[in-house]
Design a protein around this ligand. Structure first.
Ligand code: SF4
Length: 332
């Protein structure tokens, strides 16, 4: 089996597959293009069969080890149960991890089905532990649904359940200690993520808090120590003394993990992105290839292997990232 390697020797084995652009929560501090996005027409999105075919190619042909289904909100995709059933059959032939990132609103009723369909890792996006604030920043009074889903998920036997918290100055930075206490008390993992928007630098500056500051705030109340195995990973994970809970930090704007990057993304439109921050001009549009019967899996592999060669060594500098067009983020 060949590996998907770029010219810097990085082997890719982790696919982030965005299966819908639709979202039932729109955070007020997200970029305006995301908040006002009307949604793609279904014909412009990969079909369930095309999504499955892409996963099969990455697993069977390139030896990928993990697939994370994302969105928008992936639980809103109607064919998700069928897609997962097919992935679970594939997983029995060749082992790989199926993970999902969700906002948790629809999760409660789906937990059992997800578990039975081979999903072993859940990331739940949650930026506040306050019901009123949740309503205010998302426009929906769905906090209790998310918390119910989360508390059941924690005891449901998944290999990993993590909470993703984007820290936004003036919005939820006052809750950093509460989230750390939540990780401590619930013996779970909270991942603190630096805010990074695509738009005017001044907007980003107003809302940005670096991971170094978040660590300081937590360090005042908890004794935390780095798990060596997570050193230089995208999310550095720290033990909290006195608990099996952990906190992780993702320096979305200030960190540099590109030397060990092993991720490839596919957008709901079927565009392959080599990097979270790559420009549209460097994306590979897989949809026409998948929809033309003259292209075999082997042909598609050649296109993918070819584009992987042009992956850049590093992402753009922070000042360029925040100036990328907001529309770019929708395709992530
Ligand atoms: S910024 Fe791009 S190249 Fe760097 S780690 Fe993230 S996805 Fe990989």
């Amino acid at each position: 089996m060949r590996k998907l390697t770029d010219r810097f020797g990085r082997v890719h084995e982790y696919l982030r597959l965005s299966i819908t652009d639709k979202n039932n929560l729109k955070y007020s501090y997200n970029d305006s293009d995301i908040r006002t996005h009307k949604g793609l027409h279904s014909k412009d999105m990969l079909t369930k069969d095309e999504l499955y075919r892409m996963v099969r190619i990455f697993i069977n042909e390139f030896g990928f080890k993990k697939v994370r289904l994302t969105g928008g909100e992936p639980l809103m995709r109607k064919e998700l149960p069928e897609l997962l059933e097919e992935l679970n059959v594939l997983k029995k032939e060749i082992d790989f991890t199926i993970a999902i990132t969700t906002n948790g609103v629809l999760l409660f009723d789906k937990l059992s089905k997800l578990k039975r369909s081979g999903v072993t890792e859940l990331n739940i996006n949650l930026d506040t532990l306050d019901r009123k604030k949740f309503h205010k920043i998302t426009g929906k009074d769905k906090f209790l649904e998310v918390m119910n889903s989360l508390s059941v998920a924690l005891g449901y036997g998944f290999d990993k359940v993590k909470i993703n918290c984007v820290v936004v100055k003036g919005v939820n930075d006052d809750e950093i200690p509460h989230f750390a206490a939540f990780a401590y008390l619930k013996n779970t993992n909270v991942r603190f993520i630096e805010y990074n928007s695509f738009g005017p630098a001044s907007e980003n500056d107003k809302r940005f808090i670096p991971v170094s500051r978040i660590k300081d705030i937590i360090g005042r109340e908890h004794n935390i120590s780095l798990k060596e195995e997570s050193r230089n990973e995208v999310a550095e994970e720290f033990r909290i003394l006195g608990s099996t809970g952990t906190v992780s930090f993702i320096s979305a704007l200030t960190g540099d993990f590109c030397d060990s990057c092993r991720k490839i993304r596919i957008t709901p439109r079927g565009h392959l992105k080599l990097c979270k921050f790559s420009k549209k001009s460097s994306e590979l549009d897989l949809k026409p290839l998948l929809r033309d019967s003259k292209y075999t899996d082997a042909d598609i592999c050649k296109f993918i292997a070819g584009i992987a060669r042009i992956k850049k060594a590093h992402r753009p500098p922070p000042e360029e990232i925040i100036q990328l067009k907001a529309g770019n983020k929708i395709t992530m």
